[in-house]
Design a protein. Structure first.
Length: 173
């Protein structure tokens, strides 16, 4: 269920956006479920927003004092809580940033300081697909792919631990 939101200062051509959308979706599906599937594609979205340079204050300024000629972009990955462990999150952050840099055309002379990628988790019960609030295990089954048994056990342990803490402290589910 990869969702990636992309913000750029420069307008990207339709061809660049199409290629980047495909690259980002395949990257995230490979990390989340091992490979792309049709159902994961049905619920894998990429949004593009172009905000002109006059909408980006860098260092508190709207001029190029701190931009220093860098290419700039922001990618926000939105995913269900628990779908990735810390190692996979790091991999997603690095690969999505690389995909964005490549698409925007940041050269070797660009230090990369104008690129940020954020990984945002949506807690269980705070998202729905088709109006149905699905547990992560059901969503993974619908998406297909090859999530290892070990990863599934890690996900289950995360949610079992959260439930145990809520029960222990009397926090409503």
């Amino acid at each position: 269920m990869p969702f990636v939101e992309v913000f750029t200062r420069e307008e990207l051509s339709d061809a660049v956006r199409a290629e980047l959308a495909e690259t980002l979706l395949v990257t995230m599906m490979n990390i989340e479920i091992g490979h792309p599937t049709d159902h994961a594609r049905e619920i894998g979205w990429v949004w593009f927003h172009t905000l002109p340079g006059t909408s980006w204050a860098v260092g508190g300024r709207f001029d190029d004092t701190y931009v220093k000629g860098r290419k700039m972009g922001l990618a926000r990955i939105i995913a269900p809580e628990g779908i990735l462990d810390s190692e996979l999150k790091s991999k997603a952050l690095a690969e999505v940033t690389r995909n964005l840099r490549d698409a925007i055309g940041a050269g070797d002379d660009d230090d990369g300081l104008g690129f940020f990628t954020i990984y945002e988790e949506v807690p269980a019960g705070h998202w729905a697909n088709g109006g149905n609030v699905l547990p992560l295990s059901e969503l993974l089954t619908k998406m297909g792919g090859d999530v290892s048994g070990e990863r599934k056990r890690e996900m289950k342990a995360l949610f079992d631990g959260q439930t145990a803490l809520k029960d222990h402290f009397g926090i409503p589910a």
